[in-house]
Design a protein around this ligand. Sequence first.
Ligand code: SAM
Length: 347
Amino acid sequence: RQQQLIDKLEEQRRLEEGEWVELIGGRTPESAACIRERARAVRDEHYGRKVYTRGLIELSSYCKNNCYYCGIRRSNNNAVRYRLSDEQVMACCREGYKLGFRTFVLQGGEDLFFSDERLVPLVARIHGAFPDCAITLSMGERSRESYQALFDAGAGRYLLRHETADHLHYRSLHPQEMSPFRRHKCLFTLREIGYQVGSGFMVGSPGQTAEQLARDMDFLHYLQPHMIGIGPFIPHRHTMYAGEQAGSLELTLFMLACLRLAHPKALIPATTALGTIDPKGREQGILSGANVVMPNLSPVEHRKDYDLYDNKISTGEEAAECRFCLQARMARIGYELVVGRGDSLVG
Ligand code: SAM
């Protein structure tokens, strides 16, 4: 039966919700090996053996939101807060450009300091200085006007994970003031404006079931994003989920392979969280159908303070400065780390 479901998924790129539950909930070591192999073949068919890199710049650890699982949530009084100045961001981009990066991802908490008056000129400045680079933003929920102004200033991509498509599960992870509908609306607005849009979810977040993962796959089918980022949930010591188990490597790799079969042309990163739960997580992610890595380009002195979950990796081979170590690691598993914009093939 697992084999039939994998065949159907590969052929039709979607399953019914009940079939997803069967595939995910009923997975075995054999079905996992099979789906990962198929996912590799599909990725190779569309993107070859190339792995794209993006330089990740963590702009601010201030956040007005209070997501129960996140280390930089508003109510975590232990969090160390920082925000990068324009000069620091430009210095990160210059450093990244020298290292060969042609895509910069500016990510941060939902920090009201980064109003349009501040963020639009910063994006325009990066765009002016590095016209051959793609600018990706991941700054949370904003108004249509704000997304439009940032797009007009030169940002072409936006990452906003939907986190979970199941509304009850969403409620158990976020306070009442946050709304899954608003988040979904943001994603469709971003698409309408013309951004390459990325969404995604955490794997193994507290209380998550196969039914909820099935809903995530259904939501992504409906959205058809250009990029899909998933990673294991990892507890943070100063959150109410401190005592929960982290999402497993095994389930994350299985979900990556499912995503590749359902979205053959999407850009799918092997995320930092995956690299955090296992020293070979990144490689395993690539071997399950992922095709992007996002090394950290933030100023070294602030890296430890973008503390989303415990033991988050940010130096060593994770760091952008160590691009050549990453290149060697990818070469060892038969993949080529490429610089360049790495646009999505999703139309
Ligand atoms: N503020 C932006 C937003 O909400 O999209 C971007 C920053 S947010 C911290 C980036 C991502 O970190 C979230 O989408 C979430 O999935 C992930 N994240 C936060 N806490 C996490 C945890 N404890 N384990 C794994 N991932 C986590």
